[in-house]
Ligand binder design. Structure first.
Ligand SMILES: *Cc1c(COP(=O)(O)O)cnc(C)c1O
Length: 419
């Protein structure tokens, strides 16, 4: 007979990690609004603390006992166990935002004097943290982009004169908003190369917010850690802010220990919402992808659309297409496109949307549209906007679960409004 451990994650999302008999038989986990947990004996309290503080390893059949909700809480543990199934990894950690997940990883794996290699363009918050916080504490950084070959990236690292201090690689792919792709396996090769010649191992993290956890698993492609803004697809309903880190045991212990002392874990209510979201993660993302494929096809033929950036419409035999095939099992549901004209025409399009909401963020049940040049990417220097193709006529669309034909008609009438 098939064991439940062999079931696919989507079959286990409704029940995994929760024991009804511990909650009066309730089929769904209650929200455990409690700050602290009662020990059955002083000996038990001591045993729980020894494990939590790393004074001894867990016994084979021992779970980390519940102590205090900054360290662990049933709602937190349920989502973490379920998300680990999607990531096919030992463990995951849920944070109060994507930014707290990202900054905790960077703080744990970098120290003053180290060099960070990162891909550009990356999320504005990540970019700000690298340049305005890490730099202040003496962590240096060097960036590369999707156009650079492996040799060119290595050259950039060596040119800093600090290559022996490289300890972390942080990559975001596909890049926001144009879907440019970074080769994850290439980054792993670079990490391996410098791990060999340097004293410290180079740890490699991928921000997989755009494609995960359904459409890509960066750990299978060589990443040591994967980070998410769970505000996006994982939460998926535009009603919470959360983040996640996935990794194998050894690295996860370090991330969770720092989280305990920064105190930036997600609260029980957010975790409860996330466990509800995970039940529909796959069907939501499948519907979003199917809608996006249809919308992109429609856009690709529309005379008011100048250029389309969608992974489903890549030129075959291009370098980007090769990376796409290797890393992703879906073109995703993020589309960007340039309308004919400039900012005025882009704004006309946005102002004529009805069901599609004019808002930043992505990955939600409702479709969202925004103007990167004046909204999410307004802070970029003009030359960087040009380099990354963030033009005045560029629109970014996050496709939701609405009726396909309704979406296409709405986009059509908004494009027709451009004179
Ligand atoms: C939104 C986002 C973040 C930040 O996550 P928050 O949940 O808003 O803190 C980081 N990376 C990417 C790619 C994002 O889209």
């Amino acid at each position: 007979m098939k064991e439940t451990k062999d079931y696919k994650p989507e079959s286990l999302m409704m029940s995994h990690g929760y024991k009804p008999e511990l909650s009066e038989g309730a089929i769904k986990p209650p929200v455990f609004l409690t700050s602290t947990f009662v020990f059955q004996s002083a000996e038990e309290g001591k045993a729980f603390f020894e494990v939590a503080y790393g004074l001894r390893e867990k016994e084979a059949d021992e779970n980390l006992g519940l102590i205090y909700s900054r360290i662990n809480n049933p709602n937190l543990e349920i989502v973490e166990n379920r998300l680990s199934l999607w990531g096919k990894c030992d463990d995951s950690a849920i944070f109060e935002s994507g930014m707290s997940a990202i900054t905790t990883v960077l703080l744990e794996f970098l120290k003053p004097g180290d060099l960070l290699l990162y891909s550009s363009p990356n999320y504005g918050g990540t970019d700000h943290f690298i340049h305005h916080f890490l730099d202040k504490i003496g962590v240096r950084s060097v960036c590369f982009d999707a156009k650079d070959s492996k040799e060119e990236v290595i050259e950039k690292i060596r040119k800093t004169g600090m290559s022996q201090k490289l300890t972390h690689i942080f990559v975001e792919t596909p890049a926001n908003p144009t879907n440019a792709l970074i080769d994850i396996a290439m980054c792993k090769e670079i990490a391996n190369e410098f791990s060999k010649e340097n004293e410290e191992e180079v740890i490699f993290t991928v921000d997989n917010t755009y494609m995960g956890p359904i459409w890509s698993n960066p750990m299978e492609l060589g990443a040591d850690l994967v980070v998410y803004s769970a505000t996006k697809y994982i939460g998926g309903h535009s009603d919470l802010i959360a983040g996640a880190v996935l990794a194998n045991q050894e690295l996860m212990i370090r991330v969770k220990t720092l989280r305990t002392f920064l105190g930036n874990m997600a609260n029980p209510h957010t975790c409860w919402l996330l466990s509800r979201s995970l039940e529909t993660l796959m069907i939501r993302m499948e519907k979003q992808q199917n809608n996006a494929i249809e919308v992109a096809n429609y856009l690709s033929k529309h005379p008011k659309v100048k250029t389309l950036f969608y992974l489903g419409n890549l030129e075959k035999n291009s370098k980007t297409y090769e990376i796409y095939k290797k890393q992703y099992n879906s073109p995703g549901a993020m589309i960007s496109f340039e309308v004919q004209g400039g900012e005025k025409e882009a704004f006309t399009f946005l102002n004529n949307l009805k069901v599609i909401k004019l808002a930043v963020s992505l990955g939600s049940t409702e479709s969202l549209a925004q103007h990167p040049a004046s909204m999410t990417h307004i802070g970029l220097a003009p030359e960087d906007k040009e380099k990354f193709g963030i033009t005045a006529n560029l629109i970014r669309l996050s496709v939701g679960v609405e009726n396909t034909q309704d979406l296409i008609e709405e986009i059509g009438q908004a494009l027709d409004a451009i004179s």
